[in-house]
Structure formats: structure tokens, C-alpha cells
Design a protein around this ligand. Structure first.
Ligand code: SF4
Ligand code: SF4
Length: 406
């Protein structure tokens, strides 16, 4: 926890007026309108969509929507609030209980914050007809609290990034948000308080800044939440409610200091979507900018083999398996006075590159999947060489090129 004098997050700073974002401006809505190109709009019908995991976990590929929790629970009405309300005399004790219930229902980490309405979408793109909603309707969410939850992706499967294995893991993480938030919101309504589940396919808010405010972690250079235990590999979801709860405070786990020097995600991002520069002001907030359009468009490079890149997630130096040395490194970083942190961070980053490589990736076989790169057929006349991938082909035919330049 930050000291009482410093309760604002260090990794983003409000410097001006923030307008509420319209969900129709969010990438998914823009993709559906074809604003990122027709090829991209039809991506969900690509070969990646033939995969059964894709059909079940992502509701993609033209599968039966009744085989996927996402479309089923996105369109059900919200349950009624029990008129027999329990009284809450100790919000701190209730917060402790609710966190335990959330973990029982499947969350890996939980934090609570006031619901800052700035992070509630102004209008909806995705509507639930069963609740009388229409696309374009204004969103009026009056709840006081946001219960922010994180669902951890598997470390090993994410190391197989750019594969159907990491895609399946990503889809599972998104899908896990659905029953947990549904059950927690229903549990609170049965205690007599209004509550709403915000999960995959049905968010009325932007979960990352709320999760930062709730102390789940800090905002990284790659635009994602970084949690002390799980790094960036958390899928976020939220339950908003009026149940009286004690709130948590933002934390300082050193991300502000590490991101200044590390830049590993910016170096390896294949679409150059992550900035090497300093923070910029956008919509009244000072933070690192990420080019969301180029990040999404990189999915076209998958040639139908996978959907989500996640290279920056698996490479982030906070993303490590559960081990004593990771806990110790984070513990020492938190306890080092801020001006002295660079002295400790620079050797840590050197060790990180040495042990995990500059571009962490793992060859993995799982079920029928194998993420080994497909060999590239060389179309250069007379070439007999077998190239494992496009980069090798370029290196072979341009001997002066370096791995960095291709
Ligand atoms: S997901 Fe991939 S393309 Fe997008 S920002 Fe991260 S590394 Fe870059
Ligand atoms: S990879 Fe490094 S620079 Fe990027 S978010 Fe993680 S810690 Fe920050």
C-alpha cells in the first residue's frame, strides 16, 4: 500500500478533464463496423474459428451460440434484488467476506474501490435485449462500489504466444469471468443489495483503471494491469454494487520505476504499438500511449492460426511463475526507497534478459497442438534452403541483414 500521503496511483495521473468514453468508440465496436478494414471484420470467420476452443470459448468461427457461455449469459436478464435486506454494520468485515466469496466463485485476486463514474461507458455498443437495452442507449450506472477481480492465465501456455494454445488459454480466462461475476452479483442481490456483473462480452465500464484504484496492481507501459503475483496475465472483470464495503488503496509495486528502464515490451512488440518514449496526455490522463489499432491489426499476421498475440504479456518481466525468487525480488523492490530503485532495477533487468531471453517464447505441444513455426516455402528462384520462418528467409537472402533489422 502507498503511504497515506500518496494515495494516488503512480502509473497514471489525472491532469485535466476526462470525458466518459462511448463503448461504440472501443476497438470491438469499431471492428464490427469495419473501421479497421473488411479483412479484419471477417477475422472471426477465419481458420482460427474452425478450432473447437475458439467456438466454445470465444463464440467464434460460426459455431452454435448455444455451445458458448458468452452469448448465453450476455443476453439473460438480471435477477431480482431480495427485498429482505441484511444490515451491514461493519463494511470492512463485509469487504473481507465478499473477497472470500469472490475467490470461492473463481477469482484469483480481488480488490474494492469506489466506482469512479468516469470509467463507466457513456453509451453502450453491446446491448442486452432481455433487459430492454438497445445499442446506443446511454448507460446510467449509479452503484457506489466496484469489486475488481483478476483471473490468472497459465504462465506456460502464455509462453507459447501466437499459437492456438495461448489462444485457448486466453479464451478460458475470458470465459472464467462469466460464472464468477454472475454468481457474485447474484449472491449480493440475494443479500438485498443491487449488483451488476461486468464480464467478457458484457462490460459497462473500463476495468483497468478501476483495478489500479482497487490495488490489484499498477498500469504498465504496455497499457495493461501488472499484478505483483501474476504480472500482466490477468483477465479483469468487475461487479458493481451498493452493498456497503470498505475500499482498498492503490499499491506501489515499482512498476512506475521498472517501466522507465525496461521497455522489453516495446522492443519485442511486432506491430510497434508500444511506446519507447515518455508518457503522453490523452483524455485528461498522463500515461504511456499504446497504438490500439496497430495492435489489433497485427492479428491479421496470424494467417488464421491464432487470434490474440499476447507477446507483451508473456514477455513482461513481472510475468514469472510462482517462485520464492520472484516474491523476494518484488518484495525488495517495494521496500527500496524510490530514488534508489534504479540501482536495483538495472541489474534485475540484465538478469531477466539473461535467464528468460529478450523474447520469451516456448515450444509447446498440448493436445493436438504444436506451436513450432511453420516452415516457409521459399519462392526465390534456385533456392533449396529450408527456412523455418520468414525471418530466416530474409536473413538467408540478405546476408548483411541482422536479426534486429529483419
Ligand atoms: S499484443 Fe502483441 S501486437 Fe499488441 S501490443 Fe502486445 S506485443 Fe504488441
Ligand atoms: S515489459 Fe517492462 S516496460 Fe513493459 S510493461 Fe513490463 S515492466 Fe513495463
Amino acid at each position: 500500500m502507498l503511504s497515506p500521503k500518496n494515495r494516488s496511483p503512480r502509473t497514471y495521473r489525472i491532469v485535466g478533464h476526462q470525458r466518459r468514453i462511448d463503448e461504440r468508440e472501443a476497438p470491438h465496436a469499431r471492428i464490427e463496423r469495419g473501421e479497421l478494414g473488411e479483412r479484419f471484420r471477417s477475422l472471426h470467420k477465419s481458420r482460427a474459428g474452425e478450432d473447437p476452443f475458439k467456438r466454445v470459448l470465444w463464440a467464434g468461427g460460426g459455431g452454435d451460440p448455444h455451445n458458448s457461455l458468452n452469448p448465453i449469459l450476455r443476453d439473460v436478464p438480471e435477477g431480482a434484488v431480495n427485498p429482505d435486506r441484511i444490515s451491514v454494520s461493519d463494511p470492512a468485515e463485509m469487504a473481507r467476506k465478499i473477497k472470500e466469496v469472490a475467490c470461492f466463485f473463481g477469482a484469483d485476486v480481488v480488490g474494492i474501490t469506489h466506482l469512479d463514474k468516469t470509467y463507466v461507458y457513456s453509451h453502450r455498443a453491446r446491448a442486452n435485449a432481455a433487459m430492454g437495452q438497445k445499442p446506443g442507449d446511454p448507460i446510467d450506472l449509479s452503484h457506489r462500489y466496484a469489486i475488481c477481480m483478476g483471473f490468472a492465465f497459465d504462465y506456460e501456455k502464455f509462453l507459447s504466444n501466437n499459437s492456438r494454445i495461448s489462444d485457448a488459454e486466453y479464451g478460458l480466462g475470458m470465459t472464467r469471468t462469466i460464472p464468477t461475476t454472475f454468481n457474485l452479483a447474484a449472491y449480493i442481490r440475494e443479500m438485498g443489495y443491487s449488483a451488476r456483473a461486468h464480464h467478457y462480452g458484457r462490460y459497462e465500464l473500463i476495468p483497468i483503471p478501476l483495478a489500479v484504484n482497487a490495488g490489484l496492481g499498477e498500469l504498465g507501459r504496455h497499457g495493461l494491469l501488472i499484478n505483483e503475483e501474476y504480472g500482466s496475465r490477468l483477465q479483469l472483470a468487475t461487479v458493481t454494487t451498493d452493498l456497503p464495503l470498505a475500499v482498498d488503496e492503490p499499491v506501489d509495486i515499482g512498476v512506475e520505476d521498472v517501466c522507465k528502464y525496461c521497455m522489453k515490451c516495446a522492443r519485442i512488440c511486432p506491430s510497434h504499438s508500444i511506446s519507447f518514449g515518455g508518457k503522453e496526455v490523452y483524455n485528461g490522463v498522463e500515461k504511456y500511449r499504446v497504438n490500439v489499432d496497430s495492435c489489433y491489426k497485427y492479428r491479421l499476421a496470424s494467417r488464421g492460426q491464432w487470434t490474440v498475440c499476447v507477446i507483451c504479456v508473456s514477455a513482461c518481466c513481472y510475468n514469472k511463475p510462482k517462485a520464492w525468487w520472484h516474491t523476494l525480488a518484488c518484495w525488495l523492490l517495494k521496500r527500496t526507497p524510490i530514488p534508489l530503485r534504479p540501482l536495483y532495477i538495472k541489474p534485475l533487468l540484465w538478469i531477466d534478459d539473461l535467464l528468460w531471453g529478450k523474447r520469451p517464447w516456448k515450444h509447446m505441444k498440448w493436445l493436438d497442438y504444436d506451436n513450432a513455426p511453420e516452415s516457409v516455402t521459399c519462392n526465390i528462384s534456385g533456392c533449396q534452403a529450408k527456412h523455418a520462418n520468414l525471418q530466416q528467409k530474409r536473413l538467408h537472402h540478405h546476408p548483411k541483414a541482422t536479426a534486429k533489422s529483419v
